[in-house]
Design a protein around this ligand. Structure first.
Ligand code: AMP
Ligand code: MG
Length: 412
């Protein structure tokens, strides 16, 4: 039995980045860029107006005041999307809209609010400084510069940036395909008749959802019966996947079948047990370059071990540098005890109070109680050698992918 941290190190050490693919810009969202992006042109491409107003020569307006407006001849109107035709000469102005190119001769834009149009002329009531209300060519992006470095995480702003440099396709790391196999004679699938001796294969679906949350693509292999032949047959169907997850059959009893089946397949096992609860029986090995996880069958154990090991592995494959869930410190609102020797992950609810986080367990920590996983927004990490955590002390809490309870403060 090895500690959680050791198990994680063994796993992450073996995980290699997956290949890359070209994808449509929007499909890159949430993924990691596999190429640096260089802009072919300046953005904005020309000096342009930051305001609706008049493009002017600032010298002309040095004496402008409400009582003493300066009158300029308006030589043209420049809409966004138009190109200026006229040069602004002394005593002249061009009406200009936000985003339109600043014409030759003009060196500032006076806001429409500081003017009054009069036929082909305009009265200006305010002076402006050179460069005022002009956004300079290349202010955001210069031609030839790297807009986004390789390995950037593609969020909404990054998608916008790549659109602004005209990239409709972008190279990102692939989404790993994850074969998911449930094992157990007691299991039925969603559309099967649920006999009196059967329970639903909930793990297949919970794990598939976790795979998707982690950026992967689930391949559901269905249910293997507890026999070596059926296990082997079904595992063979998952060989095209980039990673394999088997649920159940790794504890004592059915244990031998999964072990034998994986051995037969040629999986080189690194370990079979981790010092944690839930989830002590937990197998990891490699089938050539393909990571293979044998997760415990109890629904909470499956999900918690996936969170600790499979999710970081999937994220590493996809080029993420942030592999883990955020961990915060929270005040423990009840006393909790255990025997030393295993790291416990307790389903919990974290709440934000004015100046700190508070955390409660969700009650029963039985690894078969999936409802308490649904109630939890976090996992309390009860360290390996600790036995007693007093109410009121601070504990480390792993935040799951749910908002903290209570209506979040918008923070204005
Ligand atoms: P095992 O690890 O195979 O000994 O299974 C441990 C417990 O988890 C048993 O009570 C199983 O019935 C249950 N279990 C195993 N696989 C699944 C599954 N795919 N969905 C729901 N429960 C499962
Ligand atoms: Mg079983």
């Amino acid at each position: 039995m090895i500690p959680v941290q050791k198990a994680l190190n063994v796993i992450l050490d073996k995980i290699q980045r997956i290949g890359t693919e070209k994808t449509a810009l929007l499909d890159s969202r949430g993924r990691i860029l596999a190429e640096p992006i260089v802009s072919k042109r300046d953005h904005p491409p020309w000096n342009n107006s930051a305001m609706d107003g008049y493009a002017v020569r600032h010298d002309d307006l040095s004496r402008a005041a409400v009582q003493q407006p300066v009158i300029l001849d308006v030589v043209e109107e420049i809409a966004a999307g138009a190109l200026p035709q006229e040069t602004v000469k002394r005593g002249q102005a061009s009406r200009i809209m936000t985003g339109a190119p600043v014409p030759e001769g003009a060196d500032a834009v006076v806001r429409a609010e500081d003017t009054r149009a009069e036929g082909s002329r305009v009265r200006v009531f305010q002076p402006v400084e050179a460069g005022e209300n002009i956004r300079l060519r290349g202010e955001d992006i210069q031609a030839g510069s790297v807009v986004l470095a390789q390995n950037s995480l593609m969020g909404a702003a990054e998608v916008g940036l790549l659109a602004s440099v005209g990239r409709s396709q972008v190279r990102v790391y692939q989404r790993p395909r994850v074969a998911i196999l449930a094992t157990g004679n007691e299991l039925a699938d969603l559309d099967d008749e649920l006999g009196p001796n059967k329970i639903m294969n909930s793990n297949g679906y919970a794990v598939a959802a976790q795979v998707m949350d982690a950026g992967g693509v689930p391949m559901l292999l269905g249910i293997a019966r507890d026999s070596r032949e059926d296990l082997s047959d079904r595992l063979m169907q998952g060989l095209s996947a980039d990673l394999m997850v088997i649920s159940g059959g790794v504890s004592v009893g059915a244990y031998d079948f999964v072990k034998e089946a994986l051995g037969e397949l040629g999986v080189a096992m690194s370990f079979w047990k981790v010092a944690m609860k839930p989830g002590e029986p937990l197998a990891f090995g490699m089938l050539h370059a393909k990571p293979v996880f044998g997760l415990p069958g109890n629904p909470v154990s499956t999900m918690v071990t996936f969170e600790q090991f499979v999710r970081p592995a999937l994220r590493k494959m996809q080029g993420h540098s942030l592999l883990f869930r955020p961990v915060i410190e929270a005040v423990l609102m009840e006393r909790i005890t255990k025997n030393p020797g295993k790291t416990h992950f307790l389903r919990a609810v974290v709440k934000k109070t004015e100046d700190r986080y508070q955390v409660w367990t969700t009650g029963s920590q039985s690894s078969g109680v999936l409802t308490s996983m649904a109630k939890a927004n976090a996992l309390i990490i009860f360290p390996l050698e600790s036995a007693d955590l007093e109410k009121g002390r601070t504990v480390k809490v792993q935040l799951l992918d749910k908002s903290l309870s209570g209506q979040p403060d918008p923070g204005y």
